[in-house]
Design a protein around this ligand. Structure first.
Ligand code: GDP
Length: 412
């Protein structure tokens, strides 16, 4: 899929605030639903004596995926005249953070949905915090269920101000605040007749105005090795170019070994090329018989990530059993995997309110955020999150279960 004509986004928000309904509405209003699905949903809704219930639609899609047929929800997309949209599945925030941090699904934008009746809830705050943790800076705030508050402008402003205040405290500046009804369709694809006081864009217009993430092509090369294939006596090192460009003839350095060699060839599936750019999965061979393996990071000599075993990070703990200081856990950053310990927890915070709970804490409880210092068993190649996201974020695993996501804020 061409990068620039597709935008990936995620919809987050408190349970029942209307995520599924909005997704259904977006598919429906852009005619991106198979006709038989529409009929089926209209029929079911009628039988229940209700209006078309878009949440059913999502349940149907879910069921189909579980049975492994027709629609692949992980790839569900809808189209406007401008481009295609992929809605990234975020069944829960643990999965979402995990997918984002491991790079399995990289959202370029997010919709934060808030119920106009209920206003900001705990999950609203927590999800917003995750967006800031992941550096997602294209955020659209949707105040949903406006039909349930008589399309009242004052109510919209109250909720908008609450959301805005919280987002400001975590350094997110939302691009839009939209009053909508996902159920009735107000301001989703069409301007609402019921909210003449609102002069802004619709959901589709707001999405169309977002920018694709600029390709990381202009940054220095970062190429974490995923695997090495031995084919016809050649060792082909494969992975995804996370930043910069890799090309034939280029001098490269391998971390952590420090070996320097030259790229002999670029080996791309079904393609004859001499270069691969950020965002592409590719392979290469080297002129010298250097040893590369999963977890090695290829870069340019003189323009290298840090090789360190100690750094400062913000960690979002998402596991019932708390994190104990000095407990042995596993850290995964790009394709690197290393045993590590959280050496100190300088601050322990509530992820929902961001209230400071404790300084120099010894544990981090479920759904708490910590400003921590991490020590890895051996040095790994990292960047701060602000420099290169792909080497600045990591997950922590305990017994192979993801229990935290984090970003690197400072190299020590
Ligand atoms: P989710 O948990 O965020 O996916 O929420 P759902 O989409 O399942 O919606 C939860 C409930 O809110 C369902 O009963 C929906 O019909 C209802 N709902 C969603 N959007 C609207 C809306 O715009 N107006 C009203 N009145 N109800 C809505």
């Amino acid at each position: 899929m061409n990068h620039s004509d597709t935008l990936k986004f995620v919809i987050v928000g408190h349970v029942d605030h209307g995520k599924s309904t909005l997704i259904g509405r977006l598919f429906y209003d852009t005619d991106c639903l198979p006709p038989d699905k529409v009929e089926e949903i209209e029929k079911t809704s009628k039988e229940l004596g209700r209006e078309v219930e878009f949440a059913f639609l999502l349940d149907h899609l879910q069921e189909e995926r579980e049975q492994g047929i027709t629609i692949d929800t992980a790839q569900t997309f809808f189209k406007t005249e401008k481009r295609k949209y992929v809605i990234i599945d975020a069944p829960g925030h643990v999965e979402f953070v995990k997918n984002m941090i491991t790079g399995a699904s990289q959202a370029e934008a997010a919709i934060l949905i808030v119920d106009a009746l209920e206003g900001v809830k705990e999950q609203t705050r927590r999800h917003a915090y995750i967006l800031s943790l992941l550096g997602l800076d294209q955020v659209i705030v949707i105040i949903n269920k406006m039909d349930a508050v008589n399309y009242d402008e004052n109510r919209f402003n109250t909720v908008k101000n609450d959301v805005e205040k919280f987002l400001e405290s975590i350094n997110i500046k939302a691009k839009y605040y939209l009053p909508i009804s996902a159920l009735k369709g107000d301001n989703v694809a069409k301007k609402s007749e019921n909210m003449k006081w609102y002069q802004g864009v619709t959901v589709l217009e707001s999405l169309d105005s977002l920018k694709n993430k600029p390709p990381a092509e202009d940054k220095p090369l970062i190429f974490p090795i995923q695997d090495v294939y031995k084919i016809d006596g050649k060792r082909i090192n494969v992975g995804r170019v996370e930043a910069g460009i890799i090309e034939k003839g280029q001098i490269i350095k391998i971390l952590p070994t420090g070996q320097v060699t030259r790229v002999k060839s670029i080996e791309k599936f079904m393609e004859n090329t001499d270069r691969s750019v950020a965002g592409e999965s590719t392979g290469f061979t080297t002129e010298d018989p250097v040893f590369l393996e999963r977890g090695h990071v290829v870069c340019l000599p003189g323009n290298e990530p840090y090789l360190t075993d100690t750094f400062k990070a913000n960690v979002f703990w998402m596991f019932r059993k708390p994190l104990d200081i000095n407990e042995k856990i596993t850290l995964k950053c790009a394709t690197q995997e290393v045993s590590c310990r959280v050496q100190s927890i300088e601050k322990r915070m509530n992820s929902s309110t961001l209230e400071l709970l404790e300084r120099n804490a010894t544990i981090l409880e479920n759904l708490e955020v910590g400003e921590v210092i991490i020590k890895t068993k051996h040095p790994i190649a990292v960047k701060t999150f602000n420099e290169v996201q792909e080497l600045g974020r990591f997950v922590l695993e305990r017994d192979q279960l993801t229990c935290a996501g984090g970003i690197i804020t400072e190299i020590l």
